[in-house]
Ligand binder design. Structure first.
Ligand code: B1M
Length: 210
């Protein structure tokens, strides 16, 4: 089995220690952080998601895999965020109200930091009012919302409507993402952009701040 495949298996098995060790070894051997991310870590969450859907595994196992995934990301973080002088435009990120998934959002934050943006992460389960408050305080160029559940996607529209009602909508560009979100949905709810992954989120933000 290739080392990257072993890394994937270790995340699936929720073996945090093995994930950290292997990720460090792969980096030391000169394998790029992006390759480790895209070919080692991310495929694991897809397998976990499939098994979860088929009820082959349950929340405790998914949580272990999520922790292992996060530990792997921490190893890559210095490389993914390197190069960012963090003096570029501000971007506020958050996972919408009712939603606790943050691995994808964190990854988007790391890549944006690496691209030189100042990222202010509001965390998970962020209500519309908190986004509004942060816009007033931080005056960001962009607000990014993440949602992983079909049931929390409508919170993105609720937040956009709340920003409109608070006369804040025109002051920022709003971007959205997360596995169930689509470009068509983004347009429908009045967002300025959608990105299917973290690398494309960086491209999108660059376009929007030009
Ligand atoms: Co959850 N979960 N989960 N879960 N979970 C999903 C999303 C699910 C698809 C699994 C499944 O059934 N196949 C399913 C949703 C089904 C649906 O809505 N249709 C699901 C469910 C049902 C649930 C619960 C309801 C389960 C339960 O309680 N019965 C529950 C809900 C809790 C809540 O939020 N209120 C729940 C809980 C959890 C855990 C807490 C155990 C854990 C999250 C831990 C954490 O994040 N700290 C978890 C996990 C890990 C998953 C899966 C397995 C993996 C998600 C992930 O991290 N993917 C997920 C299945 C899956 O997605 N395959 C699943 C890796 C990550 C890198 O990808 O987040 O998509 P992703 O981010 C990508 C892009 O989407 C994009 O860029 C990222 C990087 O490329 N992106 C953006 C994301 N945000 C962006 C923002 C942007 C731009 C791009 O701009 C701002």
């Amino acid at each position: 089995m290739s080392r990257l495949r072993t890394l994937t298996e270790s995340v699936i098995n929720g073996d945090e220690e093995a994930v950290v060790k292997l990720a460090r070894q792969l980096l030391a051997e000169g394998i790029g952080a992006t390759e480790i991310l895209n070919e080692g870590l991310i495929p694991a969450m897809n397998v976990v998601g499939d098994r979860m859907k088929k009820h082959e595994i349950f929340l405790p196992e998914v949580l272990l895999s999520a922790s292992a995934m996060k530990a792997g990301l921490e190893v890559l973080k210095p490389l993914l965020t390197a190069g960012g002088a963090s003096l570029g435009p501000k971007i506020i990120l958050g996972t919408v109200k009712g939603d606790l998934h943050d691995i994808g959002k964190n990854l988007v934050g790391m890549m944006l930091t690496g691209a030189g943006f100042q990222v202010i992460d509001l965390g998970i389960d962020v209500p519309a009012e908190k986004f509004a408050e942060a816009i007033r305080e931080e005056k960001p160029a962009i607000v990014g919302m993440s949602a992983l559940l079909t049931t929390t996607m409508p919170e993105m529209k609720t937040t956009i409507d709340a920003l409109e009602a608070a006369s804040l909508r025109r002051k920022v560009k709003v971007i959205v993402g997360g596995a169930p979100v689509t470009a068509e949905y983004a347009t429908r709810i009045g967002a300025d952009g959608y990105a299917p992954n973290a690398a494309l989120a960086v491209d999108l933000v660059r376009q929007l701040v030009q």
